[in-house]
Design a binder for this molecule. Structure first.
Ligand code: MG
Length: 297
């Protein structure tokens, strides 16, 4: 494909509801959109880096910087045929995976349009409809949490994930599980616990959850493997999984029984597919999230 231009735009989007996690509260988002134009078509990608380096080392400001000085010039100068070429084009730049993913995903979108197929089928997808879960931030009260779960279930979400942190966990899970005994329920601690909390976390087994996501440190495999031995509920690693090698290490160490990848954290569709395939071959289910806030992304 002959790339004519690459445009970066920033939007500011207020969230419908504030999103509270163990990191803090988010009320609006700065969204960096990437448009890659080639041969009369436009491919779009969205950078999911946040305003602060809390969930990831990257921020929207570091993404702007590395896109303008490194990634956009590299892509503009490269011979690009396929979205899967992008990791090789960007390989000299260490890290900055959310910035890379925004550009790479735009190239995949462009490629799908050029081939006249959907992005899903270009990526190897076979289903027409997929199940979708929702993540519910920490609410000001249990009553508001129950109201929110009710709204999301009525909207059709198939899995409810509750954000939690030390001091705000079983007291949230219990009323939700009592009211909806049959729903697919999980929780996400965003690495807020320590191994000394293991006895307490093991009590999450009482709530018949699909998984407990990233209870310990964001860069850890070993201590999660110790925790997993002490509980029946599968641990899901999310923040620890940056690429296929991380997934293989986590699986080999039995640090988790489920993997949740984010397109931005793994650097785009190419690595997401590699993680998915490696995990599937070893019988480990994978959830894939986008963290995309705009309808365009
Ligand atoms: Mg998570």
């Amino acid at each position: 494909m002959k790339i004519d231009s690459i445009l970066l735009r920033e939007l500011r989007i207020p969230l419908v509801r504030p999103f509270r996690t163990s990191f803090g509260v988010t009320t609006d988002r700065r969204i960096l959109l990437v448009e890659v134009r080639a041969e009369g078509l436009s491919g779009w990608g969205e950078c999911t880096a946040g305003e602060h380096p809390y969930f990831s080392e990257e921020t929207i400001d570091t993404a702007w910087q590395v896109l303008l000085t490194e990634l956009v010039p590299a892509l503009a100068a490269a011979e690009v045929k396929h979205g899967g070429n992008c990791p090789g084009i960007f390989k000299q730049v260490r890290g900055h995976r959310m910035a890379k993913a925004a550009l790479e995903n735009a190239v995949w979108d462009l490629e799908a349009q050029m081939r006249g197929v959907s992005l899903a089928s270009l990526l190897g997808g076979t289903r027409q409809v997929i199940s979708c879960g929702v993540s519910i931030g920490i609410q000001p009260s249990v009553g508001q949490l129950l109201d929110q779960v009710e709204i999301e279930l009525a909207a059709g979400y198939q899995r409810i994930k509750l954000k939690c942190r030390p001091g705000l966990d079983v007291e949230l899970f219990e009323p939700v599980r009592n009211r909806w005994p049959g729903i697919m329920l999980s929780c996400d601690a965003n690495s807020a616990y320590r191994l000394r909390d293991a006895d307490h976390i093991a009590k999450f087994d009482d709530f018949n959850m699909l998984m407990v996501e990233q209870p310990l440190w964001a860069d850890d495999f070993y201590f999660h493997s110790l925790l997993q031995k002490r509980m029946a509920t599968p641990i899901c690693l999310d923040e620890s999984i940056r690429n296929r090698r991380d997934a293989l290490a986590a699986i080999e160490m039995e640090s988790c029984r489920i993997i949740n990848i984010k397109l931005g954290r793994v650097g785009g569709f190419s690595e997401a597919i590699a993680v998915h395939n490696a995990a599937q071959e070893r019988g480990i289910p994978v959830w894939c999230g986008g963290m995309l806030e705009s309808g365009i992304g």
